[in-house]
Every structure is written in C-alpha cells, then in structure tokens.
Write a protein that binds this ligand. Structure first.
Ligand code: NAD
Ligand code: IPM
Ligand code: MN
Length: 350
C-alpha cells in the first residue's frame, strides 16, 4: 500500500486559511505521507463557471482515501450566490453521495479553556461527550417544495425523511461507540412529543438497539430540554444520538460551551468504508473575518486528527490532540495570534 490519498477541498472564506494549517500539522504529525489533491470547489468556481460539483469531480474525489474540507458558503443574502447552492450542491451532496451517515462531533472542554458556563455548572464534572448526528436523512434531503411563490397563498414545505434503515444504522453506531467509552451512556435527543411519526420510529429503534446493549445506559430528552441541560449540566452527556437538523443545532451549542466554534471538529464518517470519509471543522466560511488571518485553525487541526484516527493512526491523532491541549493551556486572553501562527505553534509541539 502506497501513500494514502487525500482530497483537499479548502472552499470559501476562512476555509483555505484553516485548511492550510490543518495540512501543516498533518504533515508533521502523520506517520504516513499523504498525497494531497486540491479541488478548487466553492463560491469562486461557481461564480466563474456555474459549476458546483461536476459529476466527474465527485467521482475523482470518491477515489481518495479521505477528504479534508475547509468550509463552503458565501455571505448571507449575496444576490450573486443564492442560499443553498453550495451548501446543498457541494457539502450535502458529498455527505449524501459518499454515505456519510455518521456525522461525528466530539465536544470536550480541555483544561484551561474558557467556557461561558458558570463555575457551579463546570464543577458538576468534565464535559466530554460526542454527538452522533445522522448525516444523510431528516429535513436535509431536499424533500419538499414551494407552491405559489411570492403570492399571499405561498406554501413552503421541507419534509423530514426518516427510514428504518437510516435510523437503525446510526443508532447502532452510537451504541457501539458508547460501549467503547468509559461511561457507556447514550442519550437520544428528538422531539417525539410533536414529530410523532419520525419520533416513534427513532424511539422504537433506540429501544430495540438498547435491548441488545445491556452494558450501555440510556436516556431520552426532547431537543428543547436538551438545550437546558447542555447549558446547566453538560457533564451528564456521553454519546448523544440525534437527527440531522437537531444535530446541527446541538453541535453549535456544544461548541459554544467548550471554548467556541473555533475549536469544534467533525468527521462525516462512512463507517462501512464504501466511500471516503470527510473531515471538516463544524464552523462555516465566516465571511466576517475571512482573508484576515483571524480565524482559529484549531477546529480544522482537530478535524485532521479525527482523519488520522479514522485511517488507523490513533497514536498520531492523540499526539495532535495533546499538542492542541498544550497550546490551549498557554493561550491567554487578550493576546491574538494570526491563523498561521496558531498552526505553527501546534506543529512545533509535534
Ligand atoms: P460561521 O460558522 O461561518 O460563523 C459564525 C460566527 O463564528 C462568525 O462570527 C464567525 O466569524 C465565527 N467563526 C467561525 N469560525 C471561526 C473560526 N475558526 N475562528 C474564529 N471565529 C470563527 O457561520 P455562519 O455565519 O452562519 O455561516 C457563514 C457561511 O458559512 C454561510 O454561507 C453558511 O451556509 C456556511 N456554513 C458552512 C459550513 C460548512 O462548510 N461546513 C458550516 C456552517 C456554515
Ligand atoms: C454544518 C453546517 C451545514 C449543516 C450547512 C452549511 C449545510 O451548518 O456542517 O454544521 O447544516 O450541516
Ligand atoms: Mn452547522
């Protein structure tokens, strides 16, 4: 086996800035040399050519061992870039086509990292949980439509798609993950009191898979109540399994309580390995700070660690995490470093 191949999609806004640092760290931390191929997908290409993700490019990307993505999307309400074109046509298309049904989003409050939570909340225990967000179904499938647009009689629908197959495989992944973690607990987050069709399916699958895992403790929370507990007692969570849209929302709050969106990493994982998995920070293209070397590349760097772990290099992944931990411990409020300086500092520790 030669060098693992890596498709790199830096994307838009701060995407290229943070991806450069992730690659810098990957180069020094990885026990294997990656052969990266860069794909210039994103707003610039779309505006120049009208192309979002040509089929031929998708097939090329599919041929790699893993994908590293920065961020995609433009400024809100840009008249030249209708909302959703890149988000749906590029990011979600990759997640769907490559069957990334586990959108893995770990949240840990590293020692010394500032959290907006009050001391009495933090004293309840360590924050160390992982959200297993379903990645291929739910309201993200584009199932719905708009009728009589622009008239007073307009009707817009987005139908959430939940299949027994799709729910079962992600719930199984969550339980398998929990079994390997010290606290062995899975919390289902849904809204079974209102979304009764999808909620019933999720609940029945959850109960059935739980019955096969007597070693794993279970809990259920409606998504609104989960927001309360994330803010008041986040130490109670170990593995959270939830649908695509709830998972999107839960993980931005999870990022905010564990040091901010600049630290939150994610993996769009195809656990069956029928296609490459894709690793990216949870944050977006941050047009408000793009091009100024102000973005924190830590989330992208930790996403590269998830990539290494996925490709069978847990030691190198742990080394990156340790380097980030050490860097975080020395970050002092008031001093600001450029994006590349943060990447340099973390790389230097490896
Ligand atoms: P965002 O995550 O881009 O930004 C939200 C806020 O967080 C902004 O104030 C931004 O400056 C800040 N921020 C984000 N990343 C940061 C970092 N690494 N360091 C420091 N600050 C950081 O979310 P948004 O403003 O809602 O979306 C902007 C664009 O990104 C939209 O087009 C959206 O669709 C897209 N988006 C893409 C992804 C992705 O590619 N995975 C994720 C979320 C949003
Ligand atoms: C994320 C983003 C995406 C999502 C958007 C840009 C499609 O917010 O990765 O969290 O909603 O999944
Ligand atoms: Mn999001």
């Amino acid at each position: 086996q030669g060098s693992p191949t890596l498709a790199v999609i830096p994307g838009d806004g701060i995407g290229p800035e943070v991806t450069a640092e992730a690659l810098k760290v990957l180069e020094v931390a990885s026990p294997v040399t990656f052969a990266p191929t860069r794909y210039d997908l994103g707003a610039e290409r779309y505006l120049a050519t009208g192309e979002v993700l040509p089929d031929s490019v998708l097939e090329e990307v599919r041929g790699h061992d893993a994908i590293l993505l920065g961020a995609v999307g433009g400024k809100p309400n840009d008249p030249d870039l209708p909302p959703g074109i890149l988000e749906r046509g590029l990011l979600l298309r990759l997640r769907f086509e490559l069957d990334h049904y586990v959108n893995l989003r770990p949240s840990r409050l590293y020692p010394g990292t500032a959290s907006p939570l009050a001391d009495h909340v933090l004293e309840r225990g360590d924050i160390d949980f992982v959200v297993v967000r379903e990645g291929t179904e739910g309201p993200y499938t584009g199932n719905g439509g708009a009728l009589r647009v622009g008239t007073p009689a307009e009707i817009a629908t987005e139908v959430s798609v939940n299949t027994a197959y799709g729910v079962e495989r992600v719930v199984r992944d969550a339980f398998a993950r929990a079994s390997r973690r010290p606290r062995k607990k899975v919390t289902l987050v849904h809204k079974t009191n209102v979304l009764v069709n999808a909620g019933s399916l999720w609940w029945r699958v959850f109960e059935a898979v739980a019955a096969e895992h007597p070693d794993v403790t279970t809990d259920y929370m409606h998504v609104d109540a989960a927001m309360i507990f994330l803010a008041t007692d986040p130490a109670r969570f170990d593995v959270i399994v939830t649908d695509n849209l709830f998972g999107d929302i839960v993980t931005d709050l999870a990022a905010a309580i564990t040091g901010g969106i600049g630290l939150a990493a994610s993996g769009n994982v195809n656990p069956d390995r029928t296609a490459p998995s894709m690793f990216e920070p949870v944050h977006g293209s941050a047009p408000d700070i793009a091009g100024q070397q102000k973005a924190d590349p830590t989330a992208a760097i930790l996403s590269a660690a998830l990539l290494l772990d996925h490709l069978g290099h847990p030691g190198a992944a742990a080394a990156i995490e340790a380097a980030v931990l050490a860097d975080l411990a020395e970050r002092t409020t008031g001093t600001t470093r450029r994006t590349s300086e943060v990447g340099d500092a973390i790389a230097a520790r490896l």
